[in-house]
Design a protein around this ligand. Structure first.
Ligand code: SF4
Ligand code: SF4
Length: 265
């Protein structure tokens, strides 16, 4: 089955997001530049892990990827107008009807742990379908893909094992980066990649002249139009505490130093 198509005409952009207190939103242009640098820190930190990942290995490319609003803006800002048109057509052609729509963020999970609250397990099944951005086993936005895709790795081919076998330290590092990326966008929101792209293509990808890069900007729940407040996006939050097991603290320390050198959001 197919989902609702993306609105064809470019909708009027919503207002530039502001923080709930009425203050100015963080400088998202700076945050977007910082996000690019953060991805490079991650690439360096994980380059030595022995993984079986290779070209056209796409079992991890499901419709269940989660992104923040900042990452979505970053992704779209890296695409040319033709690439945006291709993305729009791809989403209009149909997306899996069922997809993972998270009920809490990584920092929300960390806070629940601190407060001793148990969160309900959420259903998340790769069988629900492939990512609509995949074509012939290749990602059509590979250079701009979000962190939820960058952090996938496995010591054995997922197709053989039936699941990703991620090194324990990689899991810890992934959590740190997920927490930090959400923290950078604490005035924004998180949601399923497909839902977020549909929303952005409707409201937040204005163009100048043909050939120009887009000027996507992060959205917040407060700035969504009423028709878009469908309960499928969740508010981001700052890091309540980093989730680092004691046995990984020494290995994580230099990575944290690199992250902190990027500047706190
Ligand atoms: S995580 Fe699994 S499916 Fe994805 S590229 Fe690596 S081995 Fe392939
Ligand atoms: S955005 Fe690209 S890398 Fe990520 S799941 Fe989709 S096709 Fe795969």
């Amino acid at each position: 089955m197919r989902d609702k198509p993306v609105d064809k005409p470019m909708g009027k952009p919503v207002d530039e997001p502001a923080d709930k207190t009425g203050g100015a939103r963080v400088d998202f242009q700076k945050e977007m530049e910082k996000l690019g640098r953060l991805y490079r820190v991650y690439d360096r930190a994980t380059a030595a892990f022995p993984v079986a990942c290779k070209e056209k290995c796409d079992d991890c490319c499901t419709c269940n990827v989660v992104v923040t609003s900042l990452e979505t803006a970053w992704l779209l800002s890296r695409l040319s107008k033709d690439e945006i048109t291709g993305l729009r057509e791809r989403l209009e052609a149909g997306v899996p009807e069922k997809r993972y729509q998270p009920g809490y963020t990584t920092n929300g999970f960390a806070l629940a742990c601190i407060e001793g609250r148990t969160l309900e397990d959420e259903e998340n099944d790769p069988a629900w379908g492939k990512c609509p951005l995949l074509e012939d086993g290749r990602c059509t936005v590979y250079h701009a893909r979000p962190f939820g895709c960058r952090n996938m790795m496995s010591e054995a081919a997922c197709a053989d094992a039936g699941y990703a076998r991620m090194p324990e330290l990689a899991l810890t590092l992934n959590n740190i980066f997920l927490q930090y990326i959400e923290h950078m966008d604490y005035q924004g929101m998180s949601g399923n990649l497909t839902d977020m792209l549909v929303l952005y293509l409707k409201h937040a990808v204005p163009y100048g002249t043909p050939g120009q890069k887009s000027h996507a900007f992060p959205l917040s729940l407060e700035n969504l139009k009423d028709s878009d407040k469908t309960g499928i996006f969740i508010r981001n939050m700052k890091i309540p505490a980093l989730m680092i097991p004691p046995e990984h603290r020494a290995d994580a320390a230099p990575v944290l130093d690199e992250i902190n050198a990027l500047g706190q959001g």
